[in-house]
Design a binder for this molecule. Structure first.
Ligand code: SAM
Length: 199
């Protein structure tokens, strides 16, 4: 069973109470390497958590909307943004039914592990609100992680496959969609990544 907003709220609240965080303060390395060279415009960080990627994008001049169904995770992000003097829109919503009211130049999705139908809804929505020329950048724990990787959810139902990402991006120009090996202190983690443009 996937964790709902209350479970995520509790996890983020516990970390905040210990003056800590669930995720790193730095942006995800793959996200940074993949979208760091794009010209800033409008961006959505979908499933933003404590906002590490949203904060990094905003620091580069992107106009960022961070969306997550955990209000507590977003509160942590908002207080970090305030101390850094960054302006980000924080929206508590379910990614499966939230739709940006305006087209955006970039959608970043990092480790939003949802059952296949829900992932197709969330990413399908994102494809729909990508501006012409806009980029969708997705990274998630791959199904193969269960057998030859480390970390991440151990529930096959919420793990990514390259084929599912390719199907979601079928109307986009796919620049890259493949497994991606990430070195961690505990071993190699297998992610799936997608970079696609609305050309
Ligand atoms: C593994 S965390 C990743 C957070 C962030 N993207 C990062 O890389 O630091 C997954 C996030 O997805 C959020 N999430 C899970 N299901 C969601 C849904 N249906 N709608 C919105 N957010 C969701 C959780 O609250 C959590 O913050």
């Amino acid at each position: 069973m996937t964790m709902g907003p209350t479970g995520w709220d509790d996890r983020y609240a516990e970390a905040a109470a210990g003056k800590s965080s669930v995720w790193s303060l730095e942006s995800n390395a793959w996200v940074a390497a993949t979208v760091g060279g794009l010209d800033p415009g409008s961006a959505v960080d979908l499933g933003a958590g404590e906002g590490r990627n949203a904060l990094w994008l905003a620091s580069l001049g992107w106009e960022v909307t961070a969306v997550d169904f955990s209000a507590v995770g977003l509160e942590t992000g908002a207080s970090r943004a305030e101390s850094l003097g960054l302006d980000i829109e924080w929206i508590t919503a379910d990614a499966t039914d939230w739709v940006s009211p305006t087209e955006v130049d970039l959608v970043v999705v990092a480790y939003l592990q949802l059952p296949a139908d829900d992932l197709a809804l969330a990413l399908g929505n994102a494809v729909g609100y990508l501006a012409p020329g806009g980029t969708l950048a997705v990274i998630g724990h791959d199904l193969d992680n269960l057998t030859r990787g480390v970390g991440g959810p151990q529930d096959a139902a919420v793990l990514y496959t390259v084929d599912a990402l390719l199907e979601i991006a079928r109307d986009l120009d796919v620049i890259e969609c493949r497994q991606f090996e990430r070195l961690t202190p505990k071993g190699t983690a297998i992610d799936a990544i997608l970079v696609a443009r609305n050309d």
